[in-house]
Ligand binder design. Sequence first.
Ligand code: MRU
Length: 330
Amino acid sequence: MPVRALWFRGRTLHLIDQRELPARTVVRRLTRVREVADAIRTMVVRGAPAIGVAAAYGMALAHREGSYSPARAAKLLRATRPTAVDLAVGVEAVRTAWVAGEDPRAAADRYRAEIVDECHRIGIAGAPLLRRAHRVLTHCNAGALATVEWGTALAPIRVARARGADLFVWVDETRPLLQGARLTAWELARERIPHAVIADNAAGAFMQAGQVDAVIVGADRIARNGDFANKIGTYEKAVVARENEVPFYVAAPWSTFDIGRPDGRAIPVEERGEEEVLELAGRRIAPRGSHARNPAFDVTPAKFVTAFVTPLGVVRPGDLSTALARRPST
Ligand code: MRU
């Protein structure tokens, strides 16, 4: 069975609790918008497109609860995590339908279907890039868990594999919450895609040794000029990829492009609790009395991007504004 991060049945949003993977597959059942907001904040569900879809269903649940206005429900959900623009896009898709007197549940279903379809098309568009790239490195989890189905960075890998490509994936462990070691490795292992988890600080050495043919990552927000935010550590991977002439690809659906933002300078970067850095799997690793900083994302300048993989195809940074003008309006 392909992985699905979430689904809506009856009156309930079902989420795979990503904090529990890979040890246990636990499904959380949510019927209230406040529960959805908590699930996004605490990263039961995470990954930019997936939190957008979860928030869209959160709006539908708020409508059914009866005590929320569209604006109040939207505000509650938007306040959960600041960096991924997809969250606001998912909320807005349902808020406008609700205000127009349409069925919010149907609007959320439509939004989910669009994201799944776009991720599939990203896979088809990106697979040819991997024809000559057998060893691909990825950071964080940009798979089905992060997007509902297919993934962004993992979609071209899935499609290329299904077409018989001989691929090997280097999986950055992705401290502090280990989305690579726990989630990307789980998805790849389920599909028997050969891979190895590496410590975050090993990626540069593997690139320098000529053992990485391409890097492909997802994004949480892409500014109009192509600067983009993604999981902390992405920026240094991009710089090292350039230094070693390794192509660096960024895969994303349209919901991740924030065309109102000219460049990456003002992208809001979430700072999470210091315990995520001071602890590992719930166990304190730094001395009592030590403090930490925990920015969850960094911003990579567009000059380090070889190409964006979009639902409309592969786009060089210089052609991004033309591609954005051609994207379907939602
Ligand atoms: O903090 P997270 O786990 O939500 O961060 C997720 C990422 O940074 C992903 O790389 C990004 O959302 C792209 S997902 C397709």
